[in-house]
Design a protein around this ligand. Sequence first.
Ligand code: PLP
Length: 486
Amino acid sequence: MKYISTRGQAPAVTASQAILNGIAPDGGLYVPEHWPNLALDWSTLRTQTYSDLATLIFDAFFDDFSVSEIDHIINKAYGEQWTTEDIVSLHNEDDLTYIELFHGPTLAFKDIALQALPHLMTAAAKKQAINDKIVILTATSGDTGTAAMSGFGHVDQTEIVVFYPEEGVSDIQKQQMQSEAAENAHVIAITGNFDDAQKAVKTLLSDKALAHDLDAKNMRFSSANSINIGRLVPQIVYYIYAYAQLVKSERIKPGEEINIVVPTGNFGNVLAAYYASQIGLPVKQFVVASNENNVLTDFFTTGKYNSKRDFKVTNAPAMDILVSSNLERLLYFASGQNSTEIREYMTSLAEKGEYVLKTDTRDKLNKFTAGFASQEQVLQTIKHSRDTTDYTIDPHTAVGRYVYEKIAVSGPTLIAATASPYKFSQTVLQALNISPKSGHDALEQLAEATSTAIPNQISELFDKPVLHKQLIDAKQILTTLRHEIL
Ligand SMILES: *Cc1c(COP(=O)(O)O)cnc(C)c1O
């Protein structure tokens, strides 16, 4: 199976090349040329383990990897580092099922893909006879950085460099990053917000002299960002798995359509649900839930993407984003794989900060609905869920839960629970009207208030020494990076 660029001006490549390249040379995103034919049979799938299903999906999408390579990758990615053997777990409330995606090392859903990506990349490099060291460079509002370090930490032939904004990361996220002990991890704070950090990192990626010097030392940049197809495919697995489990527990009949609600930032997670539907998952409606950075709500309601607005730092920070990159992949399929049309949209977005969908393309998105939650509504939803069902949700999941109620979704519904409430203890405590302490004390407060146990992954987090204290100004990013890796 070949991967082609959404913008149609780059050569078709194999899965392993697409994973190594990250973004296509024409600036587009890699998409499968056609959907694999899997003929999903729920009576068989319902008996399979998470790893069985991961193998099935990886084999189908990454078809230039051998069976033993895929087995190795799955073993590495979905092993002892998870606190549940099934990798994800389901929590049911009437018609609604939360898929808890946060039982990995950093307590957020990005672990599911980022525990696999480093092994996909190193296997891909071997396959392409590339001996360069892979340098992963990321700007993070918190979750990507911690998950990327956990995935790439200690992986041979890689370096992982994380820049995070001084403002807007949670206590836990900061401690997770600052205490990262892997010898190949570099962690640096930048003054300002996420936007500032991201802009600074982008200047590095287009710096020709830097690229030249890396090359001279047999190093190359790659991306752990969710535009990498190696991050998207692992996320298809849990939608298939959750559906099979719903069939198994007879909450739905095989073939019955479900709704999928996803708290959304860069559009990766909800796109994975769409990909799952393209290979046979029966979906009635996709619900795209945003926080106050509600570009996508407006987009799905009006057909116009308008990024010209203020960036807001909210209490669901992993969804603070104004340009959702993976939307381009959805539009590519909605337009009937029309790369000319996609180039027009993306040029308009780059030049004017907006674009308007053609009617035909917009009509193809009729399964998508969208809504958003304000920060106050997030807090109320956390409290409401606790009070009415004893279930504690994190602020991102609360965005999804609020939108689910608001637009009155009916019928069996899956909602992606993207982070553990413990990862955002302070916001959750605030929602429960408890004035939050800091560090480990906040974890204890939350454990007591909710009669739940502090997850093992972070029970000793605050005992770990802080190893990374560097704080720089965005202007120093190039000198800092050179000093760290060259
Ligand atoms: C990254 C993240 C999201 C957004 O996911 P996308 O794939 O970028 O849409 C939502 N919730 C949490 C907790 C996250 O870390």
